[in-house]
Write a new protein. Sequence first.
Length: 530
Amino acid sequence: MSVEILQRLEEAKRRFGPGEGLRTAELIAAAAREPFQDAASLVRFHEALLFLRAYPASPEVALQADQVLAGFASRVTGIPGLDEPEVSGIAGTSVSAVFSYDLARRLAAAWPGRVEIDWDGYPTDRLGRWLRPSLPLVEEDWTVEANVPYREWMRAAQGAAANDLDWLLDRLPPDQYDSLELPLRWELGETDATRTRARMDEGPIFFQERPLDRRGSLAQETPELGLTRLSRAEGTRVIQQAVDRSAARYRELYGFTYGDPANVLRAEAGRGVRFTLWGLLPERRLPLRAYHCAVISKNGVPVGYVETLSLFERMEVGFNIYYTFREGESAWLYTRLLRLFRQLMGVRCFSVDPYQIGLHNEEAIASGAFWFYRKLGFRPVGEKAERLLAIEDRRIVNDPGYRTPAATLRKFATGPLVYDDQACWDRFRVRNLGLAVQRKMAERFGGDAQKMRRAAMAAVRRALGTPLHPADQPWALVLSLIPDLKKWPASEKRAVARMLRAKRGPDETRYLQIMARQPRLRQAVLKLGE
């Protein structure tokens, strides 16, 4: 009976229309009475409930899903296999992973008593060299004895109030802590950090009374999204939620760990979807590109996230819908996201990294991620890839049942996909700017990085006729490669200076807006990055 009811529940994810909501709610209630005894069945039940809560056909479905999920922790006791990365984050389970110093500190502060070092199997002899300053007389053991009981030394030094993780975080600098690669164990319990109970702030629930819209069009102009700026307190809370829920999935995202709570925007995309977007703390920003990330929620349920890297009108987009919700409206969500980025930042050229379509990513190969983007109008870069695409297109036309082999998808994944109305960015790579700087450093400064930095700052300061801030140094390195910079009109030099100030300002969105109005600088950077 358990297998049959799970199949019926999973089929209900694709049924919407009159009467379906009531039938699905009754099915959830029936499934909740089943004593699932193995991990595979429990996971299937859990994921079906989450999907139906995000895409409910009726109020009854949303209510039933919430009620069963609220008590889900009681179902997992004694059942192994629920802490694997593929299914992690279920209420009542734990996560064991290596996290960076900054993320470990955030988790320890947010969840006191729940996060500790997982010492089981860890080679504690690695601790010796770093603990010496914090443990008087430990050299008496460390330098001459084998199998030093470092944990005993630490416990003696801690006193009753501390635990191992807190004690180490307070005494080791970030680079030393990271070098130890300490595994942490996080007891999730029934907290809101779990996938089971995770909810973003939600408005009225959108009930799915019609079939899911799996289409998407980037060419069709759609209405602008409504935007709200959150308070700093709200921004802090939202970013911490993102940190927690990502870590529960064994993920550590740069933009979550170092998100700027002072500049968090919420966008209403329609159909119960919200995008909550932010950039980086000023001291954590990238040298040239603007970084933004967003959490995607559907009826309050986090269903995915996106990371972006922007320069001029070009944006690299990393888009991830959690596996639970990939039967949903991924294409529609993606097109609404790109609409938001156009509206907010003025970007027009979108690039997808090869990893997203399968480079060192077998999950993307198995899911045919290449065709997800291709159907939205993205194209591969390079003549070889274009010829291969023409062959595949003919095969699909001639044989409706044809499926692109994995080997062919891997060939497409050797380069990026782009969506734009011109090919000027096809050969551009930000890395090429850095390599050009390295070559100049080797040729003119004998490999002396500090000497080159000082020379670049001085040269650009003279060329622009304006003082520079130390934070302008990365751009100064690039601008120093432009041979005719000092001959540019004064108005364009002033625009460059405004761009540099905006880069270190409160919000990188303004930086991109100013950059978009500088065609001469754009052309120079394009040439350097090809």
